[in-house]
Design a protein around this ligand. Structure first.
Ligand SMILES: NC(=O)c1ccc[n+]([C@@H]2O[C@H](COP(=O)([O-])OP(=O)(O)OC[C@H]3O[C@@H](n4cnc5c(N)ncnc54)[C@H](O)[C@@H]3O)[C@@H](O)[C@H]2O)c1
Length: 345
């Protein structure tokens, strides 16, 4: 049984806590938050040990795996302490805020024997997993073009998240906080790296972060990528995350929040091959998405990797690369030019 402790009990930390109940081989034993009210409520709800200081949770003998679910400006300092403990780690994205931080996390992770995962739940979306299988089997041939979008409503964010989400200097905003999901998906699906990127963005009214942006990029084999994001959907709108992968022999379209996978080939068009979709409710469909089932399935996968002692992905390198792409986007916004992505090692 892997005993889990969660640091940071906001929107995402509470989601992990809820899903861990349904994960085989894991039990939540401890939680930590600086906010005493939140801490008391969550610790009582789950009947687990409460800590206000993350160092105490990391040192707790009843914790084998540490989940770092604080805002990103704290990821680095908590990761350093967690890596020193030798315990297994789930770290939220984006991994960290500076090149120096990411460089030292890369070094320390290489020396660590612990299992370390970065939380990109898109890799556990059923339609995306199916599309990766299809692409590996040659369904699209050589990838020439990828388009991906991520749209949601930020209008209630001030109620559901801390103020950091509206502040780029703390890792907030669509580019740093959210687009890492798309860049990781693109790297994972294409098995290629993003080489260079050019972007435009629309600043939110106070200028602390962007509420819409679009980027074009090159893949390392010359294919083109287009990514766009907006936080301006109406409050009650469903999240809209889609991806289209077009290659020399066909195309695969993924509509994550509707769980639709469409394959275009010379033989015609096929939707969700082999899947029975009649009678599914909207809730069923959400369960296939990253936030509902994806986070739960990522948790199950991580715990299984610990129990079975097998290699974990997405790892620190994946977390680092997705973050480094977002920095190239910011550099492009500043320079007005296409920027090379500077990957550390
Ligand atoms: N993987 C995903 O799909 C996904 C989705 C949403 C958010 N996230 C990530 O999860 C992290 C948390 O996001 P959120 O939306 O839950 O944030 P939030 O603002 O809702 O909650 C953050 C919580 O962390 C606590 N906290 C802050 N500093 C702390 C510290 N030093 N020690 C202990 N507790 C501390 C705060 O009191 C708060 O309760 C961020 O890195 C975010 O990018 C990931």
């Amino acid at each position: 049984m892997v005993r889990v402790g969660i640091i940071g009990l906001g929107w995402m930390g509470q989601l992990h806590a809820g899903y861990l109940k349904h994960v085989r081989g894991a039990s939540l034993t401890a939680v930590c938050d600086r906010d005493q009210n939140v801490l008391t409520v969550v610790a009582n709800t789950h009947g687990v040990l409460p800590f206000t200081e993350y160092k105490d949770l990391i040192a707790c003998e009843e914790v084998d795996a540490i989940y770092i679910v604080t805002p990103q400006k704290y990821h680095y300092e908590i990761m350093i302490e967690a890596l020193a403990s030798g315990k297994h780690i789930l770290c939220e994205k984006p991994l960290a805020l500076t090149r120096d931080e990411i460089s030292s996390l890369r070094d320390l992770a290489k020396k660590s024997k612990a299992k370390i995962i970065v939380d990109f739940p898109e890799r556990f979306v059923i339609s995306t997993q199916e599309s990766v299988d299809l692409i590996e089997q040659g369904a699209v041939g050589d990838i020439q073009f990828i388009r991906a979008n991520f749209r949601f409503s930020m209008k209630n964010h001030h109620q559901t998240h801390g103020a950091w989400v509206f502040d780029r200097s703390q890792g907030g905003g669509l580019i740093l906080e959210s687009s890492v999901h798309l860049w990781d998906m693109i790297r994972w699906v294409s098995k290629q790296e993003i080489v260079s990127v050019s972007a435009v963005a629309h600043n939110h009214k106070d200028g602390q972060f962007e509420d819409c942006f679009a980027a074009i990029a090159y893949l390392d084999k010359g294919g083109i990528v287009m990514v766009d994001m907006s936080g301006w959907l109406p409050k009650e709108s469903a999240t809209d995350k889609r991806m289209e992968i077009i290659g020399s022999d066909g195309a695969v379209y993924i509509d994550e929040f509707r769980n639709v996978l469409t394959i275009h080939s010379e033989k015609g068009v096929e939707n969700n091959p082999g899947m029975i979709t009649t009678g599914m409710t909207h809730k069923d469909l959400l369960w296939h998405s990253s936030i509902e089932g994806g986070v739960k399935r990522l948790n199950q996968y991580f715990i299984d990797c610990i129990n079975d002692d097998v290699t974990v992905h997405p790892n620190i390198e994946d977390g680092a690369r997705a973050t480094e792409i977002t920095w190239a986007i910011l550099a492009s916004l500043k320079s007005g030019k296409m920027e090379m992505v500077e990957y550390g090692n």
